[in-house]
Design a protein around this ligand. Sequence first.
Ligand SMILES: Nc1ncnc2c1ncn2[C@@H]1O[C@H](COP(=O)(O)OP(=O)(O)OP(=O)(O)O)[C@@H](O)[C@H]1O
Ligand SMILES: [Mg+2]
Length: 278
Amino acid sequence: MLGECVGVGSSCEVYEWGGSADKVVKLYHSNWKQEDVLREYSNCSAAWSSGLPVPRPYEMVTWEARNGIVYERITGETLVNRIFQSLYALELFAAEEADHELRQYARVLNTIHQTPAEGIMTSQRDNLKAIIGHPEPLTAEEMAALHTYLEQLPTKKQLCHGDTNLSNLIIDGDRLVMIDWMHAAIGNPEADVAEVCVAIEYAVLPPETPAEVDQFFQSVRQTAYRIFMDEYCSVSGVTEAEIRAWYPPVAARSMASGALPAEQVEKLAAMIRERIRG
Ligand SMILES: Nc1ncnc2c1ncn2[C@@H]1O[C@H](COP(=O)(O)OP(=O)(O)OP(=O)(O)O)[C@@H](O)[C@H]1O
Ligand SMILES: [Mg+2]
């Protein structure tokens, strides 16, 4: 039943499924509980029913004691791969800047945020606190200050994706598809947008990156940030300051994944400390 592996995430591998060219199965690592997988399935089903650009979810399955979800296969490439290809070609902002993929991503996020989603109940704030936990190198006092900071942020009740890293958007020609809905929640869209901005502003490229590619990235980083931020603010009416207010909790959440290079974790921790100081 399993075909070729078409993608890998922190929680899973994704394979062709059932001999069909149109379906894949997202197979979770065996430590993932069925209730978590069910949450992703039901969130993605709610997004699909609302007409959002998501892969059609078909069913939940188990394969060799691993929980999985069968999805429509989206052909195309993730935004992160597209950006890396552009960086290696030293041409992130070519002639098509007016319709750059980061601009399109901002519009997809705004569409999600403007959609009323029946069936997604999770509270973004509760979810964030649970995922953040207590990431290194923040102290117990700093975590208490971060929680107080989070409580003081304004509360909204909009649909949020909750995991807007650049590998969760697949670009298939004109079709942009948002995958990976496990952390969808009701709350402030600013958190989704801040996650992308924090990634652009604080990313440390892998150590094997050629020096000229890294230099090129440093030279275009702020332009990338501006393009994405300005597009989101212009389509949503949300301000840059409102988005930047969400940097501390969102940065702590990304540190908690344990997947970031040590240099990036230090930069994020310094930013969090600076901003949560009363
Ligand atoms: N429906 C799909 N069609 C085609 N490829 C997919 C599909 N779903 C996922 N993939 C591929 O598999 C990768 C991992 O999937 P996904 O993002 O759902 O996993 P994850 O473990 O939750 O990710 P993360 O690392 O963001 O936590 C994606 O980046 C993409 O390349
Ligand atoms: Mg993902």
